[in-house]
Design a binder for this molecule. Structure first.
Ligand SMILES: [Zn+2]
Length: 277
């Protein structure tokens, strides 16, 4: 971090103080975000989410925005495609689509997205993990890297996986809930494969809009295979982590979203759909 000293006019200072008093933001934060806006710096530390996990549980699979529009808000993240047509992995500014037939392609810029989370990833910490023998083993190590239960975290985990199990949802043929769709998922197992896990940790209090806990998608280094992570084993992985204290959500105005009943707590169904293996 650098310390910036500069002279500003009294009127500008008055405005900064007024903002500080009314919004509670620190003066550091006000100036850093104003500079970032003025210099058109990507929104680091901001998550951009399309729709809610609760809507997905209710079967709202109609695309809300295009891949091209989504990728304006981040270079890193995960999601799914219209009608649940596979798993999305956004990595290094490229959006990949892993389909249930086992193929991975670069997603069509015009493809529609019903649910996704992206960020401009800028890791704050890089840590080497010791050997892990399961998904739960991995999450126990990742827990040590978070200093709070109340912010969002973006995670990038790279290395050679001795074993990895992923699933890819099948394109829905008609109206169905996420649990029904996930019941028809295709599962894939890989051994001794190099790749990257991309994803997020979401606080428990956000469980009606996102998937609480860890949610990770996998992409092999050759970009030929991937999916939603169910299990893994590895001897040495490198984790990069960034906290996110800003959260933006694009709420769809599609007909199915507007009519959906989103009053229920979706966490049980999400747990079943996202972690079943
Ligand atoms: Zn997923």
């Amino acid at each position: 971090m650098k310390i910036l000293k500069c002279r500003v006019s009294q009127s500008l200072w008055d405005l900064i103080e007024k903002r500080h008093k009314t919004s509670g933001e620190s003066i550091n934060h006000i100036i850093a975000t104003a500079l970032a806006d003025g210099l058109k710096v990507p929104d680091y530390g901001t998550l951009f989410q399309v729709s809610t996990s609760g809507a997905l549980v209710e079967g709202v699979y109609q695309g809300a925005i295009s891949v091209a529009e989504l990728m304006k808000h981040g270079d890193f993240g995960l999601g799914t495609f219209e009608d649940l047509d596979g798993e999305m992995v956004a990595l290094n500014g490229q959006c990949y689509q892993a389909r249930a037939d086992g193929t991975v392609t670069i997603a069509d810029q015009k493809a529609h997205v019903p649910f996704a989370v992206v960020t401009n990833f800028k890791p704050e910490q890089t840590v080497k993990l010791p050997s892990i023998s399961s998904f739960n083993g991995l999450t126990r190590h990742l827990d040590q890297l978070r200093n709070t239960e109340n912010l969002f975290f973006a995670l990038k985990i790279e290395g050679t996986f001795d074993y990895i199990k992923t699933r890819v949802v099948c394109k829905a043929k008609g109206p169905e809930t996420l649990v029904e769709s996930a019941g028809k998922q295709t599962e894939f197992e890989f051994s001794d494969v190099k790749g990257t896990l991309v994803g997020f940790w979401t606080p428990e209090y956000a469980r009606t809009i996102n998937i609480a806990g860890y949610h990770l998608h996998f992409l092999t280094d050759n970009h030929k295979s991937g999916g939603h992570l169910l299990d893994c084993r590895a001897k040495e992985l490198t984790v990069k982590i960034e906290h996110s204290a800003n959260f933006r959500m694009a709420i769809p105005e599609t007909a199915t979203f507007l009519k959906a009943d989103l009053t229920r707590d979706p966490s049980k169904e999400l747990d079943q759909a996202e972690r079943q293996h």
